[in-house]
Write a protein that binds this ligand. Sequence first.
Ligand code: PLP
Length: 398
Amino acid sequence: MSSELEKSRASIIKDVKLDLISSTAEADNELKRAQLARTFISDTITAPTKEMYAYGVLATLGDDVYHEPSTHALEAHVAKITGKEAGLFVSSGTMSNQIGLRTQLMQPPYTILCDHRAHIYKYEAGGAAFHSGAHVTAIVPQNGHHLTLDDIKGNVIYGPDVHFAPTEVIALENTLNGTIFPQEEITAISEFARSKGIKMHLDGARIWHVAAETGTSLKVLCEPFDSVSLCFSKGLGAPVGSILVGSQEFITRARRIRKLFGGGMRQTGLLAGCAAYALSNNFPLLPRVHALARKLEQGLKDIGVTILSPAETCMIFYDAPSIGTTYDEIAERALKLPEPLFLGGSRVVTHIQTTEAAVDDFLKLIADIAEEKKKAGFVKPQVNGDGKYHDVYVRRTH
Ligand SMILES: Cc1ncc(COP(=O)(O)O)c(C=O)c1O
């Protein structure tokens, strides 16, 4: 080999090299963990623990586009507990929903019917239109909480009138903004959908929370749906990953769409291992998470804060103007505390790494601000008393 070639190789090797573990990495990560325990912005921010990673590295080393044993074991397990024939591990909840919809939707023109707050409608970058060419009917629930069969019947499209794109999928979300969709209503919607040949998809990113809170099995919760997307990287605290479940025939087609979307991953055993660890060790922690959210709600009510959306599972939405302040003011003050708190907009999310102290400090901060505003002459206006739906301000990072 010429010395010229050797020299240029050595130079490229030098350029390519990267050491991203800083000398302060361990301390930085400890600080990060402490901050996560005081972050109410989302449950997606939960960090994998050393124990989770230690379990994950023991998983198999296959290539998931061909056959990855640990990943297949995870898919088979989640399919089993949700009462479906097969599962498909994917990188994110968005990908899982979008592959699910793309696989369900066969021949345009068609419409997807969903709640107007649905993740697939508001927060997936217009994916239903982009990937599936789907029109979306987004409905405001009449009761302010969840869609009912009446809402669906009033908006569903079928029949011979050529002006309309028929409803091909009804996509529900459970939990939605942390609230639990009553199962009887889902069953009624599903029976109606089936009678009209309409398919049912569930964005069950946080369906784990419904099972943990209500004691209803995942199988029962998922039964009314042809396809369900479940996430490991939110309430369950895994670093990456979601799963789509459905019939064998559906998942076989979805696997091809996953490849088409560029979502065929390779050595996913580590990720499947982390997801399995999350199922075994973190799922049982959810009741505590919900109790923290309820404590937050009660504390806010006691201070006189209006609750926009109740703590049915791991989130609440509150109204800062109801005590004469703004979300920005609260967030700024929270950052200046001796031990800062990290807040988004009206949404407050508890998660498996939230500490009780963080909840207490948040309530103390809100109480202090409310007191200051009162002293400065703020009087709470009489609004939002009609029991109807009020939109929420979500400065959302997921
Ligand atoms: C209800 C719901 N569905 C889907 C998603 C999308 O998940 P991801 O961020 O993994 O794409 C989210 C994200 O938080 C979500 O809250």
